[in-house]
Design a protein around this ligand. Structure first.
Ligand code: NAD
Ligand code: TDX
Length: 341
C-alpha cells in the first residue's frame, strides 16, 4: 500500500511512519508536512536513502499539492493539525485553517480520486468534559469546549459528511492523551521531563485535579493502523489507555521517577475553560479490531523519560526555537508559565 501521512513530522506522525515502515515491508510512505514549529525533519535522519520513504514539505490547505499527492496514494492517514490547546486559546486562526480547511482540502482530493481510503486521526476532546464518573465512547454527543477541540470536531463532521454525501471511504479515530518519544515539549509530560532535566520548575495548572487518560503513542499507532486496514468504512473508533491520572498524580510520578521533590512544582493560574476530565471506553476497538493498549503506564512513562534523557540534542534544539519564543512572549521566562498572583 502507498500511504500518504499528513503531519508525519510531528509527534504521532513520526511514530506512525516508523510503525508502518517496520511492520509492513511492502508499504511505502509519503509524508506531507508544513514543518510548522511542531514538525521536525530531523526525526527522519535514520530514513535517509530509504526508498520506501519520501518527504514533501507542504501545506494540507494547498489543493493542487494535495490533489497530486493523493493521486499517487492508496490511502491517506490524516494526522496534520494544530494541536496545542493553550495556543488555540491565544489565537485560533491557524487551528481553523489547518484543522478545518486542511481536512476539507484533503477530502476533496480524495473525492476526485475515487477509491482513495481516508483515515482521520482525531481526539477525545471533541466530546467535551466529564464529571467524576463515566467515559466517552463512539456514541457520546459532541461538545467541544476549546478552539482546538471545536476545530477538530468541525473536521470530524466534514469527514462524516464526505462519506455520507460523496462516499469517500473514510474512518475516524478519537484518541485520548498520548505520550512517548518525539512528543513536543509544550505538552505536560515532555515539558515536565525536559524542565526537570534543565533544573527548571514545572508549571502545574490550577488545583492539579484535572484528569487525563494516558496512552503510549505506539499503542495509538497500532490502533490507527488497524482502523485503516480493518476498520469498517464510515465507522468511528475510540482509543484510550484505560489509564486515568490526575495531573497532580502524574506530576508526583514524574518527580519520583526522576528523583526530584515537590519543591520543583510551580503552581500557576489555570487554563481558561480547562476541561476537567477525559476518559475513553475503548470496548468497540477492542472487540471489532482486536486492539488493546498494551503498554502499562509506568512502563511507558519510564521509556519516555529514558528517551528524553538519551536525546538531549533533539529536545534542546526544539525547545530553544519557536517554543521558547512562544513561552517567553506569553509568560515571561524559561518555559515556565505565569505564577499565580
Ligand atoms: P504535533 O503538533 O506534534 O504535530 C502536528 C504536525 O502537523 C506537525 O508536524 C506540523 O508541522 C504538521 N502541520 C501542522 N499544520 C500543517 C499544515 N497546514 N499542513 C501540513 N502539515 C501541518 O501533533 P500530535 O500531537 O502529533 O497530534 C497529531 C494528531 O493527532 C492531531 O490531529 C491531533 O489532533 C491528534 N491527537 C493528538 C493527541 C495527543 O495526545 N497528542 C491525542 C488525540 C489525537
Ligand atoms: O504546563 C502545563 N501544565 C499543566 O498542568 C501543561 C502544558 C498542561 N497542564 C495540564 C493541562 C491538562 O489538564 O496538563 C493536562 C494535559 O495538558 P496538555 O499536555 O496540554 O494536553 P491536553 O490539553 O489534554 O491536550 C492533549 O491531548 C489531546 C493534546 O495536546 C491534544 O492535541 C490532544 O488532542
Amino acid at each position: 500500500m502507498r500511504i500518504l501521512v499528513t503531519g508525519g513530522a510531528g509527534f504521532i506522525g513520526t511514530n506512525y511512519v516508523y510503525f508502518v515502515l517496520a511492520r509492513h515491508p511492502n508499504d511505502d510512505v509519503t509524508v506531507l508536512d508544513a514543518l510548522t514549529y511542531a514538525g521536525n525533519l530531523e526525526n527522519f535522519k535514520q530514513l535517509e536513502g530509504n526508498p520506501r520513504f519520501r518527504f514533501v514539505k507542504g501545506d494540507v490547505c494547498d489543493a493542487a499539492l494535495a490533489e497530486g499527492l493523493v493521486k499517487q496514494a492508496d490511502a491517506v492517514v490524516h494526522i496534520a493539525a494544530e494541536t496545542h490547546v493553550d495556543r488555540s486559546i491565544q489565537d485560533a486562526t491557524a487551528f481553523v485553517r489547518t484543522n478545518v480547511l486542511g481536512t476539507q482540502t484533503l477530502l476533496d482530493a480524495c473525492r476526485r480520486n475515487g477509491s482513495v481510503r481516508f483515515h482521520h486521526v482525531s481526539t477525545d476532546e471533541v466530546y467535551g468534559s466529564l464529571g467524576s464518573t463515566g467515559a466517552f465512547s463512539e456514541t457520546s454527543p459532541y461538545d467541544p469546549r476549546s478552539p482546538y477541540s471545536a476545530s477538530k470536531a468541525g473536521a470530524d463532521h466534514l469527514v462524516r459528511a464526505a462519506w455520507h454525501t460523496h462516499r469517500v471511504p473514510a474512518t475516524i479515530s478519537n484518541c485520548s492523551n498520548n505520550y512517548g518519544p518525539y512528543h513536543f515539549p509544550e505538552k505536560i509530560i515532555p515539558l515536565f521531563i525536559t524542565n526537570l532535566l534543565e533544573g527548571k520548575k514545572i508549571p502545574l495548572y490550577g488545583d492539579g485535579m484535572n484528569v487525563r487518560d494516558w496512552i503510549y503513542v505506539e499503542d495509538h499507532c497500532a490502533g490507527i493502523d488497524l482502523a485503516l486496514r480493518h476498520g469498517r468504512i464510515g465507522e468511528t473508533y475510540c482509543f484510550g489507555g484505560r489509564s486515568e491520572r490526575s495531573n497532580a498524580e502524574l506530576t508526583r510520578l514524574i518527580l519520583f521517577e526522576m528523583g526530584f521533590g515537590s519543591d520543583m512544582i510551580e503552581p500557576v493560574t489555570d487554563r481558561p475553560g480547562h476541561d476537567r476530565r477525559y476518559a475513553i471506553d475503548p470496548s468497540k476497538a477492542e472487540r471489532e479490531l482486536g486492539w488493546s493498549a498494551a503498554t502499562p503506564f509506568l512502563h511507558g512513562l519510564r521509556a519516555t523519560i529514558q528517551w528524553f534523557k538519551a536525546n538531549p540534542d533533539w529536545w534542546k534544539r526544539v525547545k530553544s526555537g519557536a517554543y521558547r519564543d512562544y513561552y517567553e512572549k506569553q509568560y515571561g521566562v524559561r518555559g515556565v508559565t505565569r505564577p499565580v498572583a
